[in-house]
Design a protein around this ligand. Structure first.
Ligand code: URA
Ligand code: CA
Length: 442
């Protein structure tokens, strides 16, 4: 198999053969194809796309590049969820403990930050002592014992995705339907769960910015699931502003804890309930979405969800006291406000730019080897539709390097559009996509 030949043919828009796709996935997994050739092929795929057959083939080859987990030792249907990624998108840390407190078995493989989006693994690692590495046997035991585990891909699960994901993060090759679909679905198939719920983000902070593209991505993923015999449901949800108010690793953990403690709510909780209720339906614990939401709310109000998060953190070696007092999380040295440059309504946000602002402060990687600062990031002080006076705080930056304040304030101000007219607010839930049907809510 000649890799240069594959790059050239994909560059011209031709389809790769199943043998070539296998060689690509294996070469990524075992490191025999160098990063520069993988990167060139990824970029060609970004520009030229892949057919549904190529995407399904790449997914299966990536899944088979490593082990497929056996979760049969766990009682009941294991359920997994995954987001295409967003900004302030901490649904996992809210809904996994809530769903587990309702009796679901949640065996979740999460990712690191990708491009401008944050990653659950980086967030979990901001909790002192918390580890996201487990052997397969430890993972199964933890899910069986406490009902949930959120870990990273071990070396044996989807090594092709692990290699390609890290390269895509730093080569501008994240936003491609075949690459996203194969990355997510290969991991979800390899993780061994019986039911899968996906959160496909849409809007200015999503990998896919239009609703139609997002539905196309959702459909691509549920169709591959159907081919592989795994039921997948995908919700298309809004990402036209950070979902929660907090953006950054320890900051997002704090917001999840505040929600589970009943001190916060908003869109992050709303989307967590939409996804979590469908997970309860998928594993047979709730009869329908409304019943699922009622169970999730009861687990929230009783404190069972927060107790479950503390149990999960402890099982993964972390300090569970963060759940009682978020002062145990790492703190940034400086807090600086981003003033509104003029008066008016907050009409739009370039949420991708807001994600990059958090990355600039050290919350994400610009190069594969960058080390994340768990404490830094930003907290939004406004939401779309809010009225502000010039000088009001749009957001508060949490930083450890004061010299980053001025450029980040300018970038944040440019990312928020303020207008004289009151804007129309975007919906939060756009569609539910299964192999059988597409239900549009907005
Ligand atoms: N999450 C993934 O795991 N992969 C992607 O490509 C995007 C989001
Ligand atoms: Ca993610």
């Amino acid at each position: 198999m000649n890799i240069v030949d594959m790059i050239l043919r994909k560059k011209e828009g031709k389809a790769l053969t199943p043998q070539e796709i296998r060689a690509f996935a294996r070469g990524a997994a075992d490191g025999s194809i160098p990063d520069y050739q993988l990167s060139a092929l990824l970029m060609a795929i970004c520009f030229q796309g892949m057919t549904a057959e190529e995407t399904a083939c790449l997914t299966m080859e990536m899944m088979q590049s490593g082990d497929v987990a056996d979760l049969s030792a766990i009682d009941g249907v294991c359920v997994d969820k995954h987001s295409t990624g967003g900004v302030g998108d901490t649904t996992t840390l809210v809904l996994v403990p809530l769903a587990a407190a309702c009796g679901a078995k949640v065996a979740k493989l999460s990712g690191r930050g990708l491009g401008h989006t944050g990653g659950t693994l980086d967030k979990l690692e901001s909790i002192p002592g918390c580890s996201i590495e487990k052997t397969q046997a430890e993972f199964v035991r933890q899910v069986q014992e406490i009902g949930c585990a959120v870990i990273g891909q071990s070396g044996e699960i989807c090594p092709a995705d692990k290699a390609l994901y890290a390269l895509r993060d730093v080569t501008g090759t994240v936003g491609s339907i075949p690459l996203i679909a194969s990355s997510i679905v290969s991991k979800k198939l390899a993780s061994g769960a019986g039911a899968i719920v996906l959160d496909v983000k849409t809007g200015s902070g999503a990998l896919m910015q239009t609703v139609e593209e997002s539905i196309e991505l959702a459909k691509a993923m549920v169709d591959i699931g159907a081919l592989a015999g795994k039921p997948i449901l995908a919700l298309v949800t809004g990402m036209d502003q950070p979902l929660g108010t907090h953006v950054g690793n320890a900051l997002e953990v704090k917001e999840a804890i505040d929600i589970l403690a009943g001190r916060a709510g908003g869109d992050l909780l709303a989307v967590s309930l939409e996804l979590g209720s469908r997970m309860l339906v998928a594993c047979g614990i709730a009869a329908d979405v409304e019943a699922g939401k009622a169970k999730m709310r009861a687990a929230l109000e009783s404190g069972a969800g927060l107790a479950k998060l503390a149990e999960m953190i402890a099982a993964q070696g972390g300090d569970p006291r963060v759940c009682e007092d978020t002062a145990y999380l790492p703190h940034a040295a400086y807090k600086i406000s981003v003033p509104a440059p003029c008066s008016g309504y907050v009409a739009a946000m370039d949420t991708t730019q807001i994600g990059y602002c958090a990355q600039d402060l050290g919350a994400g990687r610009k190069q594969k080897t960058d080390v994340i600062d768990p404490a830094v990031g930003l907290v939004m002080d406004v939401r779309l539709g809010d009225r502000v006076q010039a000088g009001d705080s749009l957001a508060t930056l949490y930083l450890n390097k004061p010299e980053l304040a001025a450029p980040t304030i300018a970038r944040m101000q440019a990312a928020v559009t303020i207008t004289a007219e009151q804007p129309e607010l975007p919906p939060l839930l756009y569609a539910a996509v299964s192999h059988e049907e597409i239900i549009r809510y907005a």
